[in-house]
Write a protein that binds this ligand. Structure first.
Ligand code: 5RP
Length: 221
């Protein structure tokens, strides 16, 4: 299967996790987009969706799916999103598309995080993909210096502004053996809005594409 066929397969498989009559949290990126297209086929079954980015909201609406503000929704049984890297334990790097903060917030509200990814995203140790960190603009240089102290090489994602009006530093050179510890450490730097490490609240289910079809990993078991 090609990478796109794998993304398609996991997007289709994720529909099995959708809870009828409920709100669904929807992530961002090319794999999440394929999930949105699948969701469009079963839209009468759901109450509506909470989007993790402006682009996702637009795509959901283009399918006629009602999009609700997170502030108006208290119960999201399932959140479905892609990842830039994921481990068998469900820890992820996210934010390649720059939607990490809203993704983390919607994921925090959801009871179950279903990660959908093609096989290339599975890693033993996180960090080959540069770790995105959303930062308020005036703190960019300070946060970059602090990230260097942690052993990383931050690069400013030039010309990119998040949906929240902030900037992103992509940090390469990290070998992340303690994802939850590093998540906490980076989140503690003044000026950091969100680090794209999703370890303290990782995936509950990982649907992984592959030549033999979709593999289902349940990290907590
Ligand atoms: C966006 C994300 C995406 O989930 C991540 O970048 C994966 O994207 P894709 O499905 O296109 O590979 O975190 O902020």
């Amino acid at each position: 299967m090609t990478q796109d066929e794998q993304k398609q397969a996991v997007a289709r498989e994720a529909i099995r996790y959708v809870v009828d009559g409920a709100w669904i949290g929807v992530g961002s990126g090319s794999t999440a987009n394929m999930f949105i297209d699948e969701l469009g086929r079963i839209k009468p079954r759901i109450r509506g969706a909470v989007a993790s980015s402006v682009k996702t909201a637009e795509r959901l609406k283009s399918h006629g799916i009602e999009v609700e503000e997170l502030n108006n929704v208290s119960d999201i049984p399932v959140y479905v999103d892609g990842a830039d890297e994921v481990t068998e334990r469900g820890a992820m790097i996210k934010g390649g598309g720059g939607a990490l903060t809203r993704e983390k917030v919607v994921a925090a509200v959801a009871h179950r995080f279903v990660c959908i990814a093609d096989a290339s995203k599975l890693v033993g140790v996180l960090g080959r993909f540069p770790l995105p960190v959303e930062v308020i603009p005036m703190a960019r240089s300070y946060v970059a210096r602090e990230l260097v102290k942690l052993g990383g090489f931050p690069a400013w994602r030039m010309g990119f502004t998040t949906d929240n009006g902030n900037v992103v530093l992509d940090v390469s050179g990290l070998s992340i053996v303690d994802p939850a510890g590093l998540e906490e450490r980076i989140n503690g730097i003044a000026g950091v809005v969100t680090v794209g490490l999703f370890a303290r609240r990782g995936a509950d289910v990982v649907l992984l594409g592959g030549d033999a079809g979709v593999r289902t990993l349940v990290p907590g078991t």
